[in-house]
Design a protein around this ligand. Sequence first.
Ligand SMILES: NC(=O)c1ccc[n+]([C@@H]2O[C@H](COP(=O)([O-])OP(=O)(O)OC[C@H]3O[C@@H](n4cnc5c(N)ncnc54)[C@H](O)[C@@H]3O)[C@@H](O)[C@H]2O)c1
Length: 335
Amino acid sequence: MTIRIALIGTGVMGMDHARLFAEELPGVELHTVCDMSAERAGQVAERFGIRQVLTDAVQAATHPDVDAVVIASPDDTHAPLTLAALQAGKHVLCEKPLSPSSEECRQVMDLESRLGHQRVQIGFMRRFDPSYTDMKATLQRNAVGRAIMFHCFHRNVTAPANFTGQMAISNSAPHEFDAARFMLDDEMAAISVFQPRAVDAGKTGAPVFMVLESRGGRLVNVEINNNAGYGYDVRAELVGERGSVFLRAPVHSELHADLRASERYAPDWRPRFAEAYRLQNLAWLRSIVSGKPSPIASNAWDAYCATRIAETGVQALASGTRQTIDLIDKPALYA
Ligand SMILES: NC(=O)c1ccc[n+]([C@@H]2O[C@H](COP(=O)([O-])OP(=O)(O)OC[C@H]3O[C@@H](n4cnc5c(N)ncnc54)[C@H](O)[C@@H]3O)[C@@H](O)[C@H]2O)c1
């Protein structure tokens, strides 16, 4: 079986997906590439030998000759394109977040529930990263006892222009929210958000520090610092009753020179999570072949929860007060 894919969006993430499907993953044909920039889409088509180039994303998402759709266009396009693709009977791999609006996430869950199957996988790829996988396996084999705290750090070299504290919560932090839910197997119940007074909160990339309380009584803290200056650095420590587990980023060599030893940081997320993206996309292809969603991957319910936490976090930042996270009951399809 060859799965015919339409790729929508050919920016940083879209290019990476195109390379993975064209060069690293079996049983797939990149059939259609779509970008609102015809020039960009054309360049990607030429590089990877893709036969159809479109600039209309809905046409790509619903095209009769494709089986599955990868959505890597900007956040606000994700839910409308996912709905269109689902209605046309396609499988969807949608970059995170499914939507910045939990109401739109609910629309996707409602449609999947009506159709009676889960066909949307969300690009929360950390669930497939070997360091997170190992941390979860350590917890599951009871090596550190019951989890009680989870510390998360997300640092970028420089923030994109106009990246506010609100965007740190709604665009960067959902990765941490999903990782915490996945690792702890627990829902988040409340969130408080702080910013260091030593930094102008209006400044691009001003750091945000969050404390989440889970329904099961655990604490999660999340630092989002998109202007960290020194490298792309994602860290986490899971603290259990009898021990703790740290993530280790893949390091393949260490430089010894000038009386010092040093390791390199990745400049951005692609090298750090290269294996996670590959395993995520492979799991998605396998779910299409088997007709069963990956048990590890994030689904529309997980996406809804991450977006609800982010929405509530934005309220907590604006109000300066702890906010309760209200979730709807989990729809039966995702039980
Ligand atoms: N999973 C991850 O680790 C990760 C990392 C970075 C970004 N992302 C997500 O991936 C998505 C894309 O991010 P990016 O950094 O690649 O952005 P980008 O700006 O580099 O690329 C977006 C592309 O989409 C195109 N586009 C915009 N509107 C379109 C439309 N209506 N139809 C077709 N094409 C359209 C643009 O022309 C551009 O080429 C975002 O939703 C972002 O949140 C995920």
